[in-house]
Design a protein around this ligand. Structure first.
Ligand code: UDP
Length: 192
């Protein structure tokens, strides 16, 4: 995709449909991919934290998550077609993944929330292959990474909030060739 820079962050200039098609191809080809869905809060944080800015620049795809980013692009005279949110992308990939037997790993949220998410997914999407799920309040990070590696996932969704999830992905993505995506508070929403 071509990109449009806002506050020195390059956003992919594409639609939800085209983005999903690209991600599906990447996952099937076992490409190592890092997705950031960036809202205005993330942009502000990156501006003040060069280490986080550097991590953002390691992402393969940064999407405009938040109407503020769409409005900013419009004002700068370089409009982006539409919002691409972490939550919508997660839901679409869960459905697609279930249909195509892709292995899924979930990391994040409080233990009770994660338990509810797993129960909801098993009920609503019976074909889903859940390779593993861990809550986001761990103290042994190395053990968490080992469990992710051992689960051989195709898609890893990390819901520990920014900037934690992006730092984690940048640090460990080389351990598994999969799709790694930070999804913020999405598990809380999924749990209902
Ligand atoms: N969280 C976590 N581990 C932590 C801190 C937060 O798993 O050490 C979870 C928290 O339970 C919530 C999510 O991360 O589910 C953060 O959601 P928030 O809406 O604050 O994140 P954002 O969407 O702003 O990145």
């Amino acid at each position: 995709f071509d990109t449009i820079s806002i506050l020195n962050v390059p956003f992919i200039n594409t639609t939800n449909r085209a983005f999903l098609t690209q991600l599906e191809q990447d996952v099937l080809a076992h490409q190592n991919r890092f997705v950031v869905t960036a809202n205005p809060e993330i942009l502000m944080y990156a501006r003040e934290h060069p280490d986080y800015q550097r991590v953002l620049h390691q992402a393969d795809y940064i999407t405009p998550d938040g109407i503020g980013v769409i409005q900013g692009a419009q004002i700068l005279g370089t409009p982006l077609p539409e919002r691409i949110t972490g939550y919508d992308t997660l839901l679409s990939l869960l459905q697609w993944g279930a249909k195509h037997h892709q292995r899924l790993f979930l990391l994040g949220a409080k233990p009770a929330v994660l338990k509810q998410v797993v129960a909801t997914l098993k009920a609503t999407t019976p074909n889903l292959v859940l390779a593993g799920a861990l809550d986001g309040y761990y103290d042994n990070e190395a053990a968490v990474v080992d469990q992710i590696v051992a689960a051989k996932p195709d898609m890893i969704f990390i819901a520990t909030g920014f900037p934690k999830q992006e730092f984690f992905i940048a640090k460990y993505r080389h351990r598994v060739d999969a799709l790694w995506m930070g999804v913020g508070g999405s598990f809380d929403v999924l749990a209902g």
